[in-house]
Design a protein around this ligand. Structure first.
Ligand SMILES: [Fe+2]
Length: 137
């Protein structure tokens, strides 16, 4: 159980970092790409906040203490849209990895609702990975 909570806290820390990073890129994107990428980064930001909320509440329900600090992996400032997309891709790949590991830990537990919720998040991370891959080109 504590392995599971630890892994959920790692997922939460990455979500906190992701919402921060996407907000930063949504604000900083300039030029013609701003038109499409600013709303996209905002959507990803909202998604990260929602994922964080689900994971945070699940940690509390399991008797754990959710982290409040984001993952320390640096958020790199850039004005280049392609670099933003590459950092976004990196983030989504990492998130998908963490949720895949989490699902393995949950598999043995009797927490069916939790497993469903985490699987939903995992699938949404995979969709984001594919979307970023297409955008990076
Ligand atoms: Fe997420």
């Amino acid at each position: 159980m504590s392995d599971m909570i630890d892994k959920m806290n790692i997922a939460l820390s990455w979500e906190l970092r992701a919402s921060n990073m996407y907000a930063h890129y949504a604000a900083n994107i300039k030029g013609i790409h701003r038109l499409q990428l600013s709303p996209m980064f905002n959507t990803e930001m909202t998604e990260s906040i929602q994922h964080a909320d689900i994971v945070r509440k699940a940690i509390v329900q399991l008797g754990g203490i959710p982290v409040t600090e984001r993952n320390p992996h640096p958020i790199t400032h850039t004005n280049h849209y392609l670099e933003m997309l590459n950092y976004s891709l990196e983030t989504e790949i990492k998130a998908a990895e963490v949720y895949a590991e989490l699902i393995e830990l949950i598999e043995d537990s009797a927490e069916e609702d939790l497993r469903d919720a985490i699987e939903q998040i995992y699938l949404s991370e995979l969709r984001s990975v594919e979307e970023m891959r297409l955008l990076v080109g």
